[in-house]
Design a protein around this ligand. Structure first.
Ligand code: ZN
Length: 76
């Protein structure tokens, strides 16, 4: 996201970042998945045929508030 984001709580400029998931294959960028979580014995959660997007996170350095946005659509 190219534009500056300002904290909705205290109006300080927020710092761009992202959320990380730690898997047995390494570190991956977290994704937002459409719908409610549905457990799977084999994969932990069923995610097939769900819309999914990468998560971008902005952090306020003053009050530590986090704000999330979705970016690229991904297949999971
Ligand atoms: Zn703030």
């Amino acid at each position: 996201m190219a534009t500056e984001i300002y904290c909705p709580k205290c109006r300080t400029e927020m710092t761009e970042g992202y959320a990380v998931d730690h898997t047995h294959g390494g570190k991956v960028q977290s994704t937002w998945v459409e719908g409610e979580p549905e457990e799977s014995f084999w994969t932990g959660l069923k995610t097939s045929n769900r819309a999914a997007f990468r998560i971008q996170a902005f952090r306020c350095p003053a009050c530590h508030y986090l704000e999330f946005y979705t970016t690229d659509q991904v297949n999971i």
